[in-house]
Design a protein around this ligand. Structure first.
Ligand SMILES: [Zn+2]
Length: 459
């Protein structure tokens, strides 16, 4: 088990393991069969060396701390082998692997593990007569992209069975290096692949479908420069993201908005003066719209004033409060990715019970209760009344939508209707906010107007 001199990160890991055991430990037939076989093998032959595990028996169950560069960042790794069972006699010349987690770390198949919190990496490998089972888990969630890491390791000899699980905790050291497009693309591909085998709420709603985990092309430096002459200088981490990673696409809510959409210029004017956790008294100023969350809620990147560089959420459309949610664009984006990797059910910093949808559904249920319909009967009646395409979220005039425009729902509202046994297609699709719509073509110049009046085509 884990070392007694517990590193703080290990305490986190232990807590996560306890949660996993309590919450998601589904019975696995292949584990039971292997355990039985291994017990039998151990009775037949004393515990010896194995191919997949380790070349010094005395080290197999030892605790190991090491420094390792991963993801271009130095990581302190606390490492332990847990649930280790061996049942084979192996020759001296066996192709030996020291630890399971290291080859996985070295393989370049893991997602961006870029938050400031420790990452839990679990690797399970078992070899039996018929097959090899490999399970790599990041934060306790399957990561199928790393499954092929051990494919070149020879199989155990006849009659040998290995079942090995390792746990590593990666504790980031020093500042993170900038986000890279290649790592993000690998991460989104892995999330999509993992979602196919085990659906993830953050990938199963209209917001994710709007970008489908794809990044837009980066912005040419000259375009960013021209845009800054309109909007003012952008925070350096966001500017770098635009030029080196993407102008928008995969991101929180309905995805990152490109900074040159309609209405961005108007938001950028003036100074950002909102106060944290209060209802704003003025429209947003000195910021750009970063991502639309649904239900009229918008994440903003502050570009002027004392809060420059921070990310705030404007939830006036939901619980009427504005909040500071991250110290920087970079931290905000990494926190969202981390939530997706942990398979969090949602990524929201407002009280979505104050959105329009819960209000409407409460009214319907209150009405039913008034008619004496409660419990399961009320749920059935709710499903009969709230049919597909029956929930329309219409906007009031806001900095992000014109009056009466159709808005998409936020993730917590989608999950709420699903918890009530309704399908998420009860919502009518929304349109993107103003900031997600392309700018209209520039007004015609006088020469062009004259050319048209004179019946000539513009050269
Ligand atoms: Zn909502």
């Amino acid at each position: 088990m884990l070392a007694t001199q517990a590193h703080p990160a290990l305490l986190t890991a232990t807590a996560e393991l306890v949660v996993l055991d309590a919450g998601t430990a589904a019975p696995r037939a292949h584990h039971d069969v292997l355990l039985f076989e291994i017990q039998r093998q151990i009775e037949l032959a004393p515990r010896q060396r194995m191919i997949l595990a380790h070349h010094h028996d005395q080290m197999v169950s030892d605790h190991l701390s090491m420094q390792h560069a991963f993801g271009n960042r130095q990581q302190h790794i606390e490492h332990d082998a847990v649930d280790l069972v061996v049942g084979a006699v192996v020759g001296e010349d066996a192709n030996l692997f020291p630890w399971l987690a290291k080859p996985v770390l070295d393989s370049g198949t893991l997602p961006l593990l870029g938050g400031d919190t420790p990452v839990l990496l679990g690797v399970f490998v078992s070899d039996s007569l018929e097959s090899r089972t490999v399970e790599v888990k990041v934060h306790g969630q399957d990561w199928p992209q790393s499954q092929d890491v051990f494919k070149d390791v020879p199989a155990e000899p006849d009659g040998a069975i290995t079942m090995l699980r390792e746990l590593a905790v990666l504790v980031p050291q020093g500042p993170a290096l900038p986000l890279s497009r290649a790592t993000l693309e690998r991460t989104f591909q892995g999330l999509t692949q993992a979602h196919r085998s085990t659906p993830r709420p953050m990938l199963a709603w209209p917001g994710w479908r709007a970008h489908q985990g794809a990044l837009l092309s980066p912005m040419p430096e000259a375009d960013v420069h021209a845009m800054e002459s309109e909007l003012g200088p952008l925070p350096p981490d966001y500017r770098r993201f635009l030029v080196e990673v993407a102008a928008g696409g995969a991101g929180p809510g309905y995805g990152l908005l490109a900074p040159m959409g309609q209405g961005q210029q108007r938001l950028a004017r003036g100074q950002f003066t909102w106060r944290d956790s209060e209802e704003p008294r003025t429209p947003p100023e000195g910021c750009v719209a970063l991502a639309y969350a649904g239900c009229g809620v918008m994440w903003l990147l502050v570009i002027s004033g004392p809060n420059r560089g921070e990310v705030w959420v404007d939830a006036v459309g939901s619980d009427r409060v504005a909040r500071r949610v991250a110290r920087s664009f970079d931290a905000f984006y990494r926190a969202w990715l981390d939530a997706a990797l942990r398979n969090s059910t949602t990524f929201a910093q407002w009280n979505a019970l104050r959105c329009a949808t819960p209000n409407v559904l409460t009214h319907v249920l209150d009405d039913l209760e008034g008619q004496g319909i409660r419990g399961d009967a009320a749920m059935r009646e709710l499903a009969r009344k709230v049919t597909p395409q029956s929930l329309l979220l219409r906007s009031a005039p806001t900095p992000y939508f014109y009056d009466q425009e159709l808005m998409g729902p936020c993730l917590p509202c989608v999950l709420l209707v699903e918890r009530l046994g309704l399908s998420q297609d009860v919502f009518v699709d929304g349109i993107p906010p103003l900031q997600g719509r392309p700018l209209p073509p520039p007004p015609e110049g006088m020469l062009a107007r004259w050319a048209r009046k004179l019946g000539k085509r513009e050269a």
